[in-house]
Design a protein around this ligand. Sequence first.
Ligand SMILES: Nc1ncnc2c1ncn2[C@@H]1O[C@H](COP(=O)(O)OP(=O)(O)OP(=O)(O)O)[C@@H](O)[C@H]1O
Length: 630
Amino acid sequence: MPRVKPIPEMEEEAEEVRQEVEGASGAEGSPDAGAGGEEGAEEEEKEVSFDELGLDEQLKRALRKKGIAKATPIQQEAIPLILEGKDVVAKAKTGSGKTFAYLLPLLHDLLKLSSEGRIRKPAPNAFILVPTRELCQQVYNEASSLLEFCTSKLKVVQVTASMSDKDITVALSGPPNILVSTPACVATCISKGIMRGSSIKESLSMMILDEADLLLSYRCEDDLKALIPHIPRSCQSILMSATSSSDVDKLIKLLLHNPFVLTLTEVGRAKDDVIPKNVQQFWISCDAKDKMLHILALLKFELIQKKVLIFVNSIDAAFRLRLFLEKFGIRSAVLNAELPQNSRLHIIEAFNARLFDYLIATDDTKTKEDKQTDKENKKEARVSRKHLQQTLDAEFGVVRGIDFKNVFTVVNFDMPPDPAGYVHRIGRTGRANKTGASVSLVSEEESSIFEDIEHMLQEVENKDIDCISPFPLLTKDAVDSLRYRAQDVARSVTTRDIQEARRQDIKNEILNSEKLKSHFEENPRDLDLLKHDKLLSNKEIPAHLRDVPDYLIDPKTKEASNVVKLSRAAMGIDKPQRRKRQGFKGGSGKSRDPLRTFSAEGKSRRRRRKDREGEQDRRKKNRLCKQRQG
Ligand SMILES: Nc1ncnc2c1ncn2[C@@H]1O[C@H](COP(=O)(O)OP(=O)(O)OP(=O)(O)O)[C@@H](O)[C@H]1O
């Protein structure tokens, strides 16, 4: 069984949390290390259905419709405790289903209260606080997708700093039952009187802090402190986190009362991992200057499975890589903090829908370089002054907690700054027990952070062997076969090109974001047609760069590439569901591009189309519209 225990004294909480983590790694001296762990190690992982957890029929139906039958370990343990009304701290690895672990009992309680006519009204009944807007959107989507199948009408809204006071006031009128927001935004609503402290005291019955390990790193401490006086003592508090840190301990002390602490790196196993077992971790040692060459070889020879999420440490590096890959006919999109929120959300949705296979992401909010670029953008008066002057979005977080769907490989093009960053990045694959892999390109200068990561993994997983193996499929010959081409092309991507591409991308995305907003409200189907992996350069790609001649590929690489292709086929991921994509191929396709054929659909045509669409399809699209408005 997992290690579950109440903590009697507030001041002991932080220490207990540390012990829990040590217990999970089987460290000697931890009171739980032997008992909880070994006992659990012999246990078979138990399958628990949502029936057994006593959830509301409507929620069970919603889960069935979503094809979810069994509770994950964190759900098995957290749901009963939350239903009992306990404050709960749940630490479980990335992709383990923490969102439903709190949403299901929350909705269960609210459905019950609603059916008994006991909902308290002046303010929301529950706050779900997350560090970033992207997470607001994601949690809002998950909650809405469950409520869609419930007949009782509960209302969930998301409110973020990008909304005007007027829009926030409208969203909070009613009031909704559940408010998904960031601590900063809720604090602002209170300070501006949009939400009254006394009303919150009267209504709030549950407060959830999701991705708690990140809340403080998004400078939310003061906002959370401002919130505390308004939270009623009776309010149940839940804290969810994928990694442990002193920040999490701080939050526990700040907001929870005698919580039950669930340390579920994986229930029932003493020796466990922070990285899901189903994710194979690899590394490649290479010079910093050869990283582009290596990633080119990985992608060109198809040695890693798609979809691929590539992490870099700066926005410029992201565009350099995108331009470089583009010259070899490999299309990708860049996700970063300077894009408008609508675009960021849409890029995530489009990537999830497999409209493109390679996404390059930065997970840092404000680097020195970005601040410099902000300054430069301000100087650049000619191009869209209003937008280029915008600062990076402080509520942006690509990596942390975003539920990218079916990412098979995560590539660390640049190593993350710390081990926790590594855990969060790798956690974007292998979600919900799917298979995944990671490949880290490690230069000499990054060897120290790589060692820290190895050390952390060995310690937490209680192993004395390396957890990250050398990547076996990329030979020196394969790399060398592309060396001259790659070097030539890399040299041709200049700083000026990068700045231009970066500006162009923002301009495109702003156009997408604003010009199409109203169009999408009317025509949600067209969302599928908006491309984020458009070529940045107008120049034709020379054939010798696009196609690698056969004689250049050594037999070992050919074999490796075939193995990867075969396993792709075996996993049934060879046929991406490219929904409605035909519009982008060739000249005739242009007519399907909403950016070019911007025209509102006539009413009668729209009605006919809507009739043709299934009920479920339509609901989904309506939801997308609402999100875009939000
Ligand atoms: N019981 C379940 N069975 C199958 N899939 C599930 C189940 N519960 C959740 N999922 C799916 O698993 C994926 C990961 O869930 P979720 O985003 O809640 O993970 P998480 O633990 O919050 O991860 P992170 O720490 O990275 O945010 C989601 O796509 C979700 O729909």
